[in-house]
Design a protein around this ligand. Sequence first.
Ligand code: FES
Length: 115
Amino acid sequence: MTENNPPWIRICKLEDIPRLGARRVDQPQGPQIALFRTQDDQVYAVLDACPHKGGPLSQGIVFGHAVACPLHNWTIELEDGCARAPDKGCVKKFQVKKEGEHLYLNALEINVIET
Ligand code: FES
């Protein structure tokens, strides 16, 4: 098992997330993850906790390749998980694989498989 070939776990179909929408991946153990779909069908996964005060980013407004946190309106860039200046801080990002209609997360990153 290498980083180039991690154990991918299927989460949902692309169409299960509306354009400019999000889906929260709830896990009994492991991080809560927000999956975002942009208008141009890019998909990003970040921890569902704003770097400011932990707001639920999955409930934010997606625009471009960014999300506005619902609590205090910080803008988080989905490409790198970092707050847009002048705000500071980054949220953890997760790998997403889109294969056909299906979306996968790296099981090692989301602690589904113990290493
Ligand atoms: S918790 Fe997200 S902007 Fe404050």
